[in-house]
Design a protein around this ligand. Structure first.
Ligand code: SAM
Length: 290
């Protein structure tokens, strides 16, 4: 939302979230692009201190400066929690940052990005080319279509890891947070397979997270885990990923220093991996009751 519309001084981008009574602003004198696609409104802002900023329906999606936090933590913890993740699908993720991180793993043989809105990717290629560097990798497939339908049509037991890097649970992404979709994900995963889904803020959306974990287990996932990490431009600056395991048992912990160094990550390492799974008491209590 532009500053004028939000009543804030000119020269600021602001995301106001009425439902949580929160707002986040970035100094930005200029919106350089705006378009309405069949699915959503995409805008690009030139900010003073965070580089380019992409917003979808007024919600912050990705900035040049801090996207590494989200992209690394939505990919590496789950990949290194699986003994041998060969076949990966990313639902959403049209900015291509998660795809880039996934393809840093030599054990990955195929990575398919299923993005409903091709314009997100085309604009990312223009304003965030550093996120799109792996798009030409022979292991990568960029599919444009609805992830809900793609998962319905997926071959049973064909995937090791499903990463749901979607927008909030409204509009085209609403169905990605529902039991029916989780049933299709469970069917598409091989034994030992994992699903990781962006699950919003542990402090603002804990009831949503508890509901997601409840649905995931109700449809047959053996266990659910939560990982959390900082994300400056998202509401509360604190974000999370929810992991669902098809098969019961401890998660793998492939935290070899050389392999992690080779990821050339800025946030992710063996310590931040373990820290991401260490939950605050109020979160642990709420999820234990879900
Ligand atoms: N990190 C962001 C977040 O947590 O809000 C998400 C970034 S990524 C750009 C989100 C993408 O999900 C968008 O490009 C959007 O078009 C896509 N998306 C939403 N619903 C979808 C669906 N049903 N199938 C595939 N992609 C979807």
């Amino acid at each position: 939302m532009s500053s004028e519309a939000s009543g804030l001084p000119a020269g600021w981008f602001t995301e106001v979230v009425e439902a949580t009574g929160t707002a986040f602003s970035l100094k930005s004198a200029e919106r350089v692009h705006a378009e309405a696609t069949p699915y959503q409104k995409i805008e690009i802002w030139k900010t003073d201190t965070f580089g380019w900023l992409m917003t979808i329906d007024g919600c912050t999606m990705v900035s040049t400066r801090d996207n590494f936090l989200y992209h690394e933590m939505m990919s590496h913890p789950a990949l290194n929690s699986h003994p041998n993740p060969e076949h990966v699908v990313i639902v959403g993720g049209g900015d291509c940052g998660t795809l880039r991180e996934v393809l840093k793993h030599p054990e990955v043989k195929t990575a398919t990005q299923v993005e409903i809105d091709e314009r997100v990717t085309r604009l990312s290629e223009q304003y965030f080319p550093e996120l799109c560097v792996a798009n030409g990798d022979p292991r990568a497939t960029l599919f444009f279509g609805d992830g809900i339908q793609w998962m319905k049509d997926a071959k049973p037991e064909s995937l090791d890891l499903i990463i749901i890097d979607s927008t909030d649970p409204v509009g085209p992404a609403e169905g990605l947070f529902g039991a029916k979709f989780y049933v299709d994900c469970l069917k598409a995963l091989k034994p030992g397979g994992l699903l990781v889904q962006q699950s919003e803020s542990p402090i603002l959306h804990l009831e949503l997270i508890a509901e997601m974990h409840h649905h995931m287990r109700a449809v047959g996932f053996a266990q659910t885990r939560l990982l959390h990490f900082p994300q400056t431009i998202y509401p509360s600056g604190w974000w999370s990923g929810s992991i669902a395991q098809k098969t019961a048992g401890a998660l793998a912990e492939r935290l070899d220093d050389n392999a992690i160094d080779a990821l050339d990550a800025q946030f992710y390492n063996a310590d931040t991996h373990r820290a991401a799974f260490a939950l605050p008491t109020f979160v642990r209590k709420r999820l234990a009751a879900s």
